[in-house]
Design a protein around this ligand. Structure first.
Ligand code: FE2
Ligand code: FE2
Length: 153
């Protein structure tokens, strides 16, 4: 179970924070489903939903970074690409697994997702913090600010 902490905040509750909170919710949901026995279909669906939302979020971050010539954009992009690859591999292994092996994978994937998201937010996304004001200024030009009102509850 991942708990949101203020030290993870990048844009003071804006679109990036909301995306991260939503990703945490999806990962937590993946962890909770085993409580009444593991439903493979449901678990796989959650992983696909996570992949979809992660791609949307990564695209949004990269778009905002490009607007302000974020100096770490290339390295950040590579990290995003690798995270998606890791997630793809995890989904593939999970789909091919059965029984005990699947239960073990369910736990391993949770741990992996936890490190994956938290480390990326705290070590890489946090570098965007001082560019947020500039991002917001530019984003209003093409309406990306409307994303700030996304309701993830
Ligand atoms: Fe992020
Ligand atoms: Fe990122």
């Amino acid at each position: 179970m991942i708990t949101w902490r203020d030290k993870m905040s990048i844009d003071n509750g804006g679109v990036i924070d909301q995306d991260h909170k939503h990703l945490i919710e999806i990962i937590n949901r993946f962890g909770e489903i085993a409580a009444d026995g593991l439903d493979k279909e449901e678990a796989a669906e959650i992983l696909y939903a996570l992949k979809f939302y992660t791609q949307t979020h990564f695209g949004r971050e990269e778009q905002l970074q490009n607007l302000v010539s974020f100096p770490y954009a290339d390295a950040h992009h590579h990290e995003h690409v690798n995270l998606i690859k890791t997630l793809d591999t995890a989904i593939q292994h999970f789909k091919e697994s059965d029984g005990e092996q699947q239960e073990r994978l369910h736990v391993e994937i949770q741990e992996m997702l936890h490190d994956w998201l938290i480390n990326h937010i705290l070590f890489s996304d946090l570098k965007m913090q001082m560019y947020v004001d500039a991002m917001k200024k530019h984003a209003s030009i093409f309406g990306a600010l409307k994303d700030l009102e996304v309701d993830v509850t």
